[in-house]
Design a protein around this ligand. Structure first.
Ligand code: MN
Length: 348
């Protein structure tokens, strides 16, 4: 057993026995990689950007050329530019032909690779790093740990076995994903706090990073919230009485706020007790909706999102829909029976 294998073996005791295989396979594949493209999901969040950035830093530490990207052309939310590593990102069309190995991070299905989908699926060297319950295992190697709070937590384990020296910037990028995917350390195992302590000990200030990622909204956020919250409705009988609370954000409503403000709405909606599931319908393009689902106790949000063509986690999931407001709302209300069927199922 070599040193790397020994380390993998030791960690298989503490991390998760079933992850040691994919961790070893990833190390083997990266051992002869020369140029890696790390791709996170379209419309990236802090976990996606943080994981991609940290992975590029780790690869470069290993002397491997690496760039980051995601498969659509728009800039991410402004708050995400505070995560170290944005300078590693290139437009999807600018990923060199000489890339020999691909890594996808935080991306549950090939659809979320956007316009890089064909190129990545065509490669026989694709490592999938993720923590979504709904991950479809589309990689050559699938380093998917559903027990992990964030994709950055999967990487933190991987880096330890791989022998990466954590830098302050790497810790910042990993912490960004952990902080936001746990909704400020509310969803996860106690291990998330141990990991956070390790990362913060690299010289990070939790208040600064928290404010950068979760606050700093423009004044327009307040009138926006007023308009949006006025659309709140509920369906108490939905899913055998579990109940649904919903809010709609039309394309017009979001004209004078950014992505950060639109994405923050669900965390307000889910704080009320009107129903087990909180849904926010976001019309990012006229007639095209992204739907965020949060469940409190009974409903499996990932299963409901899956039924609607999307995916995610037990308590947080999402999907897309093309149509008008009545259509998008009616479709979810109409999924009442499918949602009820998830009550009492494993995990829910
Ligand atoms: Mn994530």
């Amino acid at each position: 057993m070599g040193p790397a294998e020994q380390a993998a073996h030791q960690l298989s005791q503490s991390i998760s026995r079933r992850m040691s295989g994919p961790i070893q396979d990833s190390m083997d594949m990266l051992a002869d990689a020369e140029f890696v493209a790390v791709v996170c999901h379209i419309h990236p969040d802090a976990d996606a950007i943080g994981a991609a950035s940290a992975m590029v830093m780790a690869l470069r530490q290993r002397g491997i050329r690496a760039v980051a990207s995601y498969g659509n052309d728009e800039l991410p939310a402004k708050s995400l530019l505070t995560i170290p590593g944005w300078e590693f990102f290139v437009a999807p069309g600018d990923i060199p032909e000489t890339v020999d190995t691909w890594v996808s991070v935080d991306c549950a299905s090939p659809e979320r690779l956007g316009n890089l989908r064909e190129r990545m699926l065509g490669s026989r060297r694709l490592i999938v790093v993720d923590h979504h319950d709904s991950n479809t295992r589309y990689g050559t190697v699938n380093m998917v740990d559903e027990d992990s709070e964030s994709s950055t937590m999967v990487l933190l384990d991987f880096f330890e076995v791989w022998g990466i020296k954590l830098t302050r910037d790497m810790a910042h990028a990993l912490y960004a994903g952990l902080l936001t995917d746990t909704v400020s350390f509310q969803f996860g195992r106690s291990r998330m706090h141990t990991a956070a302590a390790r990362l913060l000990n690299k010289g990070l200030d939790p208040r600064t990073i928290g404010a950068q990622l979760l606050e700093g909204h423009p004044f327009e956020y307040l009138p926006f919230l007023g308009r949006v919250m006025a659309t709140a409705g509920r369906v108490p009988g939905w899913a055998d009485g579990a109940g649904l609370v919903h809010v709609t954000i039309s394309n017009e409503d979001m004209a004078d706020v950014g992505h950060d403000e639109v994405e923050a709405v669900v965390d307000v909606v889910r704080t009320t007790k009107g129903g087990d599931v909180a849904a926010v319908f976001k019309e990012y393009e006229p007639g095209y909706w992204t739907v965020s689902l949060r469940s409190t106790e009974h409903i499996d949000a990932a299963a409901v999102a899956g039924f609607m063509g999307g995916g995610g986690h037990l308590r947080a999931a999402g999907y897309s829909y093309a149509g008008d407001r009545d259509g998008v709302l009616g479709a979810l209300i109409g999924a009442s029976e499918a949602a009820a069927a998830t009550i009492g199922k494993a995990g829910a």
